[in-house]
Design a protein around this ligand. Structure first.
Ligand code: ADP
Ligand code: MG
Length: 667
């Protein structure tokens, strides 16, 4: 089968369907066969209702008492009681009113769905249903059914049909990697497994194949990077030390160490590629500032790119203040006035440190001699944006990336082989720990009392909600509802809201007002998560806290406790049950690295490295923290190189590797 053939060649895919699939990035047969099931329905594994545990479940049961309730905004909720001989469980369908008439009395059905706790009761949400009459008669062909992720109007069932039409061809697909046989089998097993173990094995093959491309790309990049040369930047150490002496505070040891490592890197003729990892509040900005100082004194310009306008503005204000009389600092964002004039100054080399947002990387921003590029909250940027920034220098500049998200050591080695890492594992002295409390939704009174005291002391409050408004099925707290309640509760204070769907200018305005102390309570979605520094904010309330990952909770909590006054973080559980292990961990610890590890154990890598994985590395099948497969792929790569294969002779492979080469390059 020619994997490069267009999907229109598959029977059943007409122009309309093709258009939908094209929009989803599915163009060729290869794209189609690599559109893998996201799950399987395994009707052979029906469980007793009495034994059900939260997660994916299948039961064989009769339907009792089914009825549909109409809610506001046309939402229809159909509820049923499913019963087998061991017990009963609630099933709920959202906006599927036909369910109420679907089931015959005294016939058993297979229901497959996710069971979870919802307001104190277990329920199976939106289960699929198959009559046992249908199922039992098709027993031999039915086996396990794949469930495909839908793409627009193309549903799982459609994908099932398309893949079925080409099942004979799948068996003929050649291997992609010359020394790694078994691709056709793996694809077949993933789409048509006889049991779940087989599906898993097939998936592991495909994941290894994907990791192979990534690791080979990383290796090739590393070899390339070692050949790069740049201008060394040397600064007068006496002058540097004198500046550090005059700082308003004493550097932490970790800051000292990181700064020293950076200065040494920059003094070499190989471009620096260093990641500065440090927990929220560990003082990464100061390390960045000192690096920029060294670059300026060594005769080079620095560009510091931040993901939001508020953050860039904050950096610019504090650094302009820090460098008064020493360096010239400028802010370049979308709303900067007299941009053209500023750009002329930058081009003429009259600005030492340019701080900005994406505006920094527009085509007409040119530097006279950019020597150091710094990217704050680097995981917020795509590869293309990073590269655009680096391309502003005449030779490859030195690069410092900063992040509060820890990347495990093993991962740094395999994927970013040449990445140097500095860690800030120490908070500045004088920080007060943030008192963290889990609050049950029924007993928030005490919390509000404590908040009122903080407000009276002229401190500010963040209140984080999961949703923007009350659309959709879930009953989680929403910004629009809470802001009304809170404004009503505190008529003498300024209450405002913020969420990701607001226009950037509006968001910035609100954030600026909050930073200036003109808003007392800010009700917001997680958009406030990114690096802003409002030391006067002392209370962080997170509603439905159990709905977030630990790292995210930790990031959010890190918005307070940035000054020298005591701060508080309240985690409101979304139901009145006992708090989860996750919430208890965050109540107990303020160590971001520790929490990241717990998160990894409790939730798996997807949540924690989600952005790294999907945003930056674009892995679709594998996860980078699956060390067993990473190791296997690494061995295959070594073998591939040793046996002297020429990648260019394998078109599919070299296309794939090239894609990852673009993605994994940090230069
Ligand atoms: P992050 O690492 O989260 O980016 P910031 O750089 O925003 O942290 O620093 C948080 C706060 O700590 C800032 O107000 C900064 O001025 C202050 N700070 C940084 N280093 C020190 C230090 N060595 N001693 C005291 N305060 C410091
Ligand atoms: Mg920061």
């Amino acid at each position: 089968m020619d994997l490069g053939a267009p999907i229109q060649e598959v029977k059943g895919i007409g122009p309309k369907t093709a258009e939908v699939l094209h929009k989803a990035g599915i163009f060729t047969l290869r794209d189609l066969v690599y559109h893998l099931p996201r799950d399987y329905e395994d009707f052979q594994q029906a469980q007793n209702i009495a034994d059900l545990k939260p997660g994916n479940v299948t039961v064989r049961a009769r339907v009792e008492e089914i009825k549909t309730r109409r809610m506001r905004r046309n939402l229809a909720i159909t509820e049923a009681t499913l019963r087998d001989k061991t017990g009963a469980v609630r099933a709920v369908w959202f906006n599927q009113p036909y369910r109420a008439k679907q089931f015959e009395k005294d016939v058993e059905y297979y229901f497959t769905g996710t069971m979870a706790l919802n307001y104190g009761r277990y329920q199976i949400s939106n289960p699929s249903a198959v009559s046992s009459k249908d199922y039992d008669s098709k027993l031999n062909t039915y086996k396990i059914q794949p469930v495909y992720p839908a793409r627009g109007s193309v549903k799982s069932q459609d994908f099932k049909k398309f893949i079925k039409t080409i099942d004979n061809n799948i068996a003929l697909i050649p291997d992609m990697i010359p020394n790694f046989p078994g691709r056709a089998d793996a694809l077949f097993e993933v789409h048509f497994p006889e049991n779940l173990a087989q599906a898993r094995a097939g998936r592991e093959y495909l994941a290894t194949e994907e990791l192979f491309s990534l690791l080979l790309a990383a290796r090739l990049n590393r070899e390339e990077n070692q050949k790069l040369r740049t201008d060394p930047i040397k600064c007068d150490m006496e002058e540097f030390k004198a500046f550090v002496e005059k700082l308003p505070f004493k550097l932490t040891n970790a800051q000292r160490r990181a700064t020293w490592e950076i200065l040494q890197d920059m003094a070499a003729d190989i471009p620096m590629n260093r990641l500065l990892q440090g927990d929220v509040g560990s003082g990464k900005t100061m390390v960045a500032a000192l690096s920029a100082f060294a670059a300026a004194k060594g005769g080079y310009q620095t560009a510091l790119m931040a993901p939001t306008e508020v953050l860039a503005t904050q950096h610019a204000e504090s650094l302009a203040n820090l460098f008064k009389g020493q360096l010239s600092v400028a802010l370049l964002t979308g709303s900067t006035k007299h941009k053209d004039e500023l750009k002329k100054h930058i081009k003429a080399g009259e600005v030492d440190l340019v701080i900005g947002t994406h505006a920094l990387i527009t085509d007409d921003t040119e530097f006279a001699h950019l020597g150091l590029a710094i990217i704050d909250e680097q995981h917020r940027f795509g590869v293309a944006q990073r590269q655009k920034l680096l391309s502003k220098a005449h030779t490859m500049p030195h690069l410092l990336s900063m992040t509060a998200t820890p990347i495990p050591r093993s991962l740094q080695l395999t994927i970013f082989g040449d990445l140097a890492v500095s860690i800030l594992d120490e908070l500045p002295a004088g920080r007060q720990p943030i008192t963290t409390k889990i609050v049950s939704p029924n007993s928030t009174k005490q919390m509000w009392g404590a908040i009122e005291k903080e407000l009276l002391a002229k401190h500010q409050v963040y209140y984080i909600c999961k949703k923007i408004d009350d659309k959709g099925a879930s009953e989680l707290s929403s910004v629009k509802k809470e802001v009304q309640k809170i404004a009503h509760q505190f008529p003498n204070y300024n209450v405002a809201y913020l969420h990701g769907k607001m226009k950037p200018a509006e968001k910035d305005e609100i954030m600026t007002l909050f930073a200036n102390g003109e808003i007392d309570i800010l009700v917001s979605t997680t958009v406030v998560e990114v690096g802003v520094n409002v030391p006067n904010a002392t209370v962080m309330v997170i509603a439905d806290a159990d709905q977030y990952g630990l790292s995210q909770l930790h990031q959010l909590r890190g918005r307070v406790g940035r000054g020298s006054t005591a701060s508080y973080c309240y985690l409101i559980n979304s139901n009145s049950d006992a708090p989860t292990r996750r919430l208890r961990e965050i109540e107990r610890s303020q160590d971001g690295f520790y929490l990241a590890e717990v998160d990894l154990k409790l939730r798996g890598p997807g949540e924690l490295y989600g952005s790294l994985q999907h945003g930056a590395l674009d892995l679709r099948i594998a996860t980078i923290t699956d060390t067993k497969l990473v190791h296997k792929a690494d061995m295959l790569v070594k073998q591939f190189r040793q046996e002297g294969y020429n990648m260019l002779e394998y078109k599919e492979l070299s296309d794939s590797v090239r894609k990852y080469q673009r993605l994994t390059t940090l230069n």
